[in-house]
Design a protein around this ligand. Structure first.
Ligand SMILES: Nc1ncnc2c1ncn2[C@@H]1O[C@H](COP(=O)(O)OP(=O)(O)OP(=O)(O)O)[C@@H](O)[C@H]1O
Length: 299
């Protein structure tokens, strides 16, 4: 089994709500991402997916818990400073809305080359422009777009630029936070196929956040299910889809649209099979298949 690249242990983060209240967005979440693995995190809106992604990328500092990247505790300021170059180069993120995450006043070639410039990486193909052109072609974009601004591109093209930018650093870990959610369905399929192709070719580790279960099933080796900030189930994809153990996972799966009308009629209604638990431990129900029976546990 491949060694762990990312270990998230007891990650907890709460946002202040007014003067006294807090909203616990992520509650004692633990998981491991192995080298070369594609791990999906699914859950409905507000379940804490983006908060986890932002903590993993040091865009947000969790209140408690540990995040180890290659054994480096990235939440420890001293450890982070000592390994800043490695951490910033090897971890890249792709956001849902590249319309707002890409700088609208920069040309595509500068956007793609920016991480290399910031990290003082010598461009392998001689110049930053040549490198940007290579990455663009690699993700299926015509070099004619090099001097365009993001506002002149379609949503799918912008997302390809975001992917090219991330790839320019040859990352070990790619975090994608709902990268196709804002695209048309036909474009979604193209981008998902591109992700799959790139992952197979590069073998990077991939934390893939989505609420579309069909996408996760297609792309991921294992899937973690989040419910109200808690990881309620974590299992290899085939096992999770074939035999979901947690009531919330079952509810989530039963809401997948099924195109065949006969199957659609036979589909289980979206109901919880019992109250959702509120404190306790994880249990292993099959090799590698964990279910949160009660409360915040660790895997
Ligand atoms: N900066 C913030 N301040 C206050 N609350 C926040 C902040 N960011 C997120 N939250 C809240 O934390 C919870 C988890 O949000 P998060 O964005 O991580 O969920 P998500 O699963 O990614 O949702 P979505 O799929 O809608 O992006 C939500 O209730 C959200 O409203």
């Amino acid at each position: 089994m491949a060694e762990p690249l990312l270990e998230v242990r007891g990650l907890t983060h709460a946002f202040p709500l007014g003067r006294r209240a807090v909203l616990r967005a992520v509650d004692h979440v633990s998981f491991t991402l192995r080298r070369g693995e594609v791990l999906g995190l699914v859950g409905e809106s507000g379940s804490g997916k983006s908060t986890i992604a932002r903590c993993v990328m040091n865009l947000l500092r969790p209140q408690s818990g540990q995040i180890l990247y290659r054994g480096i505790d990235i939440c420890d300021r001293r450890a982070f400073r000592a390994n800043r170059r490695t951490l910033q180069a090897e971890r890249q993120i792709i956001f849902q809305d590249s319309g707002s995450s890409l700088n609208g006043r920069m040309r595509v070639c500068d956007i793609i080359a920016e991480p290399m410039r910031i990290q003082h990486v010598r461009p392998p193909r001689g110049s930053y422009r040549a490198e940007a052109e290579f990455q663009m072609r690699y993700v299926g974009l015509d070099a004619g777009y090099l001097d365009k601004y993001p506002g002149e591109l379609s949503g799918g093209q912008r997302q390809r630029v975001a992917i090219a930018r991330a790839l320019s650093m040859e990352p070990e870990l790619l975090v994608a936070d709902e990268p196709v959610a804002s695209l048309d369905v036909s474009i979604q399929a193209q981008i998902i196929n591109l992700f799959r192709h790139l992952q197979e070719e590069h073998g990077f580790s991939f934390l893939f956040i989505a609420h579309d279960l069909a996408v996760v099933e297609f792309l991921c080796d294992r899937v973690g299910v989040l419910y109200q900030g808690r990881l309620v189930e974590l299992a290899p994809t085939a096992s999770l889809f074939a035999a979901p153990q947690h009531p919330y996972t079952r509810a989530l799966l039963s809401s997948i649209p099924i195109p065949d009308p006969r199957l659609e009629r036979a589909r289980r209604p979206l109901v919880f099979e019992g109250p959702l638990p509120d404190g306790g431990t994880w249990t292993e129900v099959a090799p590698e298949h964990y279910v949160l029976l009660e409360g915040g546990g660790a895997v």
